[in-house]
Write a protein that binds this ligand. Structure first.
Ligand SMILES: *[C@@H]1O[C@H](CO)[C@@H](O)[C@H](O)[C@H]1NC(C)=O
Ligand SMILES: *[C@@H]1O[C@H](CO)[C@@H](O)[C@H](O)[C@H]1NC(C)=O
Ligand SMILES: *[C@@H]1O[C@H](CO)[C@@H](O)[C@H](O)[C@H]1NC(C)=O
Ligand SMILES: *[C@@H]1O[C@H](CO)[C@@H](O)[C@H](O)[C@H]1NC(C)=O
Ligand SMILES: *[C@@H]1O[C@H](CO)[C@@H](O)[C@H](O)[C@H]1NC(C)=O
Ligand SMILES: *[C@@H]1O[C@H](CO)[C@@H](O)[C@H](O)[C@H]1NC(C)=O
Ligand SMILES: *[C@@H]1O[C@H](CO)[C@@H](O)[C@H](O)[C@H]1NC(C)=O
Ligand SMILES: *[C@@H]1O[C@H](CO)[C@@H](O)[C@H](O)[C@H]1NC(C)=O
Ligand SMILES: *[C@@H]1O[C@H](CO)[C@@H](O)[C@H](O)[C@H]1NC(C)=O
Ligand SMILES: *[C@@H]1O[C@H](CO)[C@@H](O)[C@H](O)[C@H]1NC(C)=O
Ligand SMILES: *[C@@H]1O[C@H](CO)[C@@H](O)[C@H](O)[C@H]1NC(C)=O
Length: 439
């Protein structure tokens, strides 16, 4: 009889149900997993080898682990939801057991000395939204298992020593808003599927070893604000689709192997531009006049390219401009009048072929101007007295011209001057001394 009862389907079904209910009882379940979270944290601590600020000494049994420094728990089930140990001078590695903290939403370990690899087990953190590991010494490749962290919004592993390609599996991370992988040793192409991340507003891939073209698909990133690819080996042209992203305010593609012309309407299609930098590439053609319509422009830097023509006069309407750099191009004709636009604002014009006398309108340049380098051009005549108005100048370069005469007394008023390049001219007389040291 008894035997028959144990054998019956009814008994086993209800027995399993009973176990299930027991398991789902909040207190019981959390008590079991809570212990697991604590074990994982203790394991994390055991992988810290140096801790000069003694952060980890608070991770002891006299207080509940939810109150340990850097640990945040959910008030409902006492599971660990955040691990925030930024800038704590910690030395150590990230153990695989971090994958046991399956309720983690935030991991911030930036600005420490973590080394070793990012463990594959990070893929178990399916609720992870914010991962910041920047400024450490992490090596190895980006774990492809990260593709399971589908809630990820912020992915910042910049400034480490990561190698290899961006794994294609990460195309599943469609909620990403910020990707910062700059300053690593990543190789391969920039994946076209990044163009599918419709919430992306920061893409920082600078200072790696990326090759190939900038994918056309990135033009679909309609909310992109920051787009930084400088310091790679990218070639080809900037796809015209990129100039369609009107939200962009910061583009830098400096130091790559890009060529082609800047579209004539770039200042109209990118009205929010604040920083536009493409120095040390092979860009040709002229500087688009439309850039004067990008009224928020602060920095325009296309030094060391093959640009021709002149700098448009109407750049004078750019009231926010603090840096304009077209050093080492083929601008100018060597004739008087090349610098008409100077009556508005100018900066960093070294190593071109501008000629003529320095215009007295130099006095009307923005008093915010910090750097004015006009070296290695074809200027002659005196330095205009109005130079004394530019009280914020910290670097002034007139070297390698044919300037003559004495130095205006007013130059002594330039208290912030830290660098003064005047060699290879035909000056006579002394440099007036100023409040701070000049050289
Ligand atoms: C992490 O979880 C695995 C699998 O559940 C377990 O074997 C391991 O002991 C856990 N590690 C720690 C440090 O809790
Ligand atoms: C445990 O941590 C608390 C809180 O930081 C600290 O006051 C206490 O001294 C620590 N205990 C030990 C044994 O380190
Ligand atoms: C990779 O992630 C999956 C899904 O979260 C997980 O089941 C698996 O254990 C992870 N792999 C490793 C090696 O941790
Ligand atoms: C990651 O941390 C660094 C250093 O604190 C910070 O500058 C950066 O903005 C953080 N990344 C994100 C995406 O918030
Ligand atoms: C990463 O690149 C830097 C600078 O190019 C180089 O010094 C370093 O050796 C590279 N590291 C690896 C692991 O390739
Ligand atoms: C973007 O997503 C669509 C739809 O899921 C897919 O068909 C396409 O291949 C993806 N694009 C890239 C470049 O991966
Ligand atoms: C730019 O956007 C417009 C309007 O959305 C679209 O018609 C055009 O094809 C886009 N151009 C490029 C090069 O993507
Ligand atoms: C662009 O700026 C010029 C003056 O520099 C102005 O004449 C023109 O109307 C502006 N265009 C638009 C579309 O704002
Ligand atoms: C500076 O600007 C003022 C006002 O626009 C103008 O009257 C003056 O002639 C300019 N000075 C020079 C030297 O161009
Ligand atoms: C000098 O520069 C500072 C900082 O940009 C600015 O606050 C100050 O107004 C400038 N001085 C003048 C006279 O423009
Ligand atoms: C400077 O002027 C002399 C003649 O006065 C001329 O021979 C020389 O080419 C000029 N140098 C430059 C850099 O223009």
């Amino acid at each position: 009889m008894e035997y028959q009862f144990l054998n019956s389907k009814w008994f086993w079904l209800h027995f399993l149900e009973f176990i299930h209910v027991l398991w789902m009882t909040p207190g019981l379940k959390s008590a079991i997993i809570e212990v697991d979270d604590k074990l994982a944290l203790i394991d994390f601590k055991s992988h810290i080898t140096q801790d000069p600020l003694q952060i980890m000494s608070s991770w002891n049994d006299s207080i509940h682990f939810c109150n340990w420094v850097g640990v945040t728990c959910s008030p409902f089930n006492e599971r660990v939801t955040a691990l925030k140990l930024e800038s704590k001078q910690l030395v150590g590695s990230i153990p695989p057991s971090v994958g046991n903290l399956t309720c983690l939403k935030v991991i911030n370990l930036q600005e420490n000395n973590f080394h070793g690899q990012i463990p594959d087990e990070i893929g178990r953190l399916q609720q992870l939204q914010d991962l910041n590991l920047t400024y450490n010494y992490l090596s190895g490749s980006i774990p492809s298992n990260l593709s399971h962290c589908r809630e990820l919004r912020v992915f910042d592993t910049s400034a480490n020593g990561l190698i290899g390609q961006i794994p294609d599996q990460l195309s599943s991370l469609e909620k990403l808003e910020i990707i910062r992988l700059g300053r690593n040793n990543l190789t391969g192409n920039i994946p076209a599927w990044i163009g599918n991340f419709s919430s992306l507003h920061v893409l920082w891939l600078a200072l790696n070893d990326f090759h190939g073209n900038i994918p056309i698909e990135l033009g679909q990133l309609s909310g992109l604000g920051i787009f930084q690819l400088y310091g790679n080996f990218l070639s080809g042209m900037i796809p015209s689709s990129i100039y369609n992203i009107s939200s962009i305010h910061y583009i830098s593609v400096t130091q790559n192997q890009l060529h082609g012309q800047l579209p004539s309407d770039v200042g109209l299609t990118l009205p929010n531009l604040e920083i536009f930098a493409g120095g040390v590439n092979y860009f040709t053609g002229s500087i688009p006049i439309s850039l004067s319509n990008a009224s928020k422009l602060q920095i325009l830097d296309f030094s060391d390219n093959g640009l021709t023509g002149t700098i448009p006069e109407n750049f004078g309407s750019l009231k926010s401009l603090v840096r304009l750099n077209f050093e080492i191009n083929k601008l100018g004709s060597g004739k008087i009048g090349d610098l008409k636009f100077l009556s508005f604002l100018a900066n960093c014009l070294a190593q071109n072929r501008f000629g003529g006398e320095l215009p007295s309108s130099i006095a009307n340049l923005s008093t915010h101007l910090r750097i004015l380098t006009m070296g290695d051009n074809l200027f002659y005549g005196n330095i205009p007295v109005g130079i004394g108005n530019l009280v914020n100048l910290s670097l002034l370069g007139f070297e390698g011209n044919n300037l003559s005469g004495s130095f205006p007394e007013v130059m002594g008023k330039l208290n912030k001057l830290e660098g003064l390049e005047l060699n290879a001219n035909k000056f006579s007389g002394f440099i007036p001394s100023s409040g701070s040291s000049t050289n």
